[in-house]
Write a protein that binds this ligand. Structure first.
Ligand SMILES: C[S@@+](CC[C@H](N)C(=O)[O-])C[C@H]1O[C@@H](n2cnc3c(N)ncnc32)[C@H](O)[C@@H]1O
Length: 239
């Protein structure tokens, strides 16, 4: 039987798998071969237990974020907005629709649009069909729309959205100029008077600088170490 629970996926599944496998392999070496003799040289592997344990622990914390923490973080991001119900919302890098659907649930007449380029390595089961299926299960299909678009080159007109949300997306652009372009595009399609909530685990100070250089008001919030791993920082941007 098909599950009728939404599935929002595991972030960076390959990284989690590698951390746990490498960590477990190191721990096995320490347990089964605490002293390795190569010729006349004897190597004590026991000091490696911290590296092995650290890798496994990191992988488990990343998994915990995907299974529990990201829902708390989604609600925190959505709570930064004083919702009226009629907002036009954009979720940049929506993946399986976590924030797009969360925002849609707070709308009455408004619309929540998700864009993505569907990188498979960034999220398990990352595709448009799974995002649409989650919207259906959550009962918000009539309030959402999903588009295949890159944040660096969006098709929307200037000043389209009252609210823009983005979580764990922009760091996937590996060059500084590309991330600057992404911030510029977010600023361009945000309405005057609108708010963008930009969350990520790295480069957030850089995004903050980019938005300030573009003339927006920003508030950089502290990293959340208890519910997110790697710890996520948020910048609130007002146009
Ligand atoms: C780690 S997932 C996070 C998904 C979702 N925001 C969440 O919090 O569950 C990052 C998402 O950003 C998308 N992405 C990466 N680079 C992008 C780009 N240049 N434009 C749009 N989406 C992008 C990936 O395809 C992926 O779906």
């Amino acid at each position: 039987m098909e599950s009728n629970k939404p599935k929002y996926g595991i972030d960076a599944p390959g990284v989690i798998r590698n951390l746990i496998l490498i960590g477990a392999a190191i721990c096995c070496i320490v347990i089964f071969f605490p002293l390795v003799k190569i010729g006349s040289v004897s190597i004590d592997t026991r000091g490696l237990i911290w590296s092995g344990g650290g890798c496994v622990f990191g992988g488990v914390l990343m998994l915990a974020y995907s299974l529990y923490g990201k829902f708390k973080h989604r609600d925190r991001m959505l709570n930064y907005i004083a919702w009226k119900g009629g907002e036009q919302v954009l979720d940049v890098g929506t993946g399986k629709g976590l924030l797009m659907i969360g925002a849609a649930k707070r709308l009455t007449t408004g619309k929540s649009i998700g864009i993505d380029i569907w990188n498979e390595e960034d999220l398990s089961g990352n595709n448009i069909q799974n995002a649409l299926a989650n919207a259906e299960i959550e009962g918000v299909s009539n309030k959402v729309e999903i588009k295949n678009e890159n944040v660096m080159d969006m098709s929307f007109a200037d000043d389209t959205f009252d609210v823009i949300l983005t979580n764990m997306c922009i760091h996937n652009i590996y060059n500084i100029e590309g991330r600057k372009t992404a911030c510029k595009e977010i600023g361009r399609v945000l309405k005057t008077g609108g708010t963008a909530v930009v969350s990520d685990w790295r480069h957030v100070k850089e995004y903050n600088r980019n938005f300030r250089e573009l003339g927006f008001q920003t508030q950089l919030l502290p990293a959340r170490y208890l519910t997110t791993f790697p710890a996520i920082t948020t910048v609130i941007v007002k146009k």
